[in-house]
Design a protein around this ligand. Sequence first.
Ligand SMILES: [Zn+2]
Ligand SMILES: [Zn+2]
Length: 217
Amino acid sequence: MLLVEILAVVLLADLVSGVVHWWEDSYAKLDGGPLKQVAIDNLRHHARPREFLAKGYWASSWDLWLLGALAVAASAALGLFSWHVVLFAVLVANANQVHKWTHRTREENGRVIGTLQRLHLLQTARHHSRHHQGSRDTHYCVLTNFLNPLLEEVQLWRRLERAVSRLTGATRRDEPAELAKLGLLPAPAGATRPSFAIRVPVVMPRLMPLRATASAA
Ligand SMILES: [Zn+2]
Ligand SMILES: [Zn+2]
């Protein structure tokens, strides 16, 4: 029962990370008033996926900690405080850090994070790279590999966009046009994590002699 409760909290936090990310990717524009900086950070991440790794932990996560603290305070005020709320707040507060780990190389992440990713207890780089491919309108959740396939299957994001359009008239932003205002182009596929790009030449020389040996035999 405890495991089921933990899993439910993890998936709820993953869903919240996806909703916030979806909203940024869909509606955060450079003429967005006080939220302009959100649009700039979001667009720069799509153009230069590893650039945000240069930011320190608190610079990347202070706003999410604030969101988590508000959730804890609201639950206490409503008499709904429990360990579930604390776990939820901690997971949401660290969502961008988990996201950062999917953009770092294995060497940068070290053994512990690498193992957690291999066990799929954290989202993997390969999974998150699906978000950065094409038009960047899928795989918004950043904590686990489990929720995104389900949400894509039920087309949650397209349904939400249709609902937003009906209710407010707002449509998805024109990302290439917004990027152009910053003088940026969308990142090519494969730029999310350099290890994907460099693994081929590293592995190939090892495979080539094996192949040559096999065909010689
Ligand atoms: Zn995105
Ligand atoms: Zn990313």
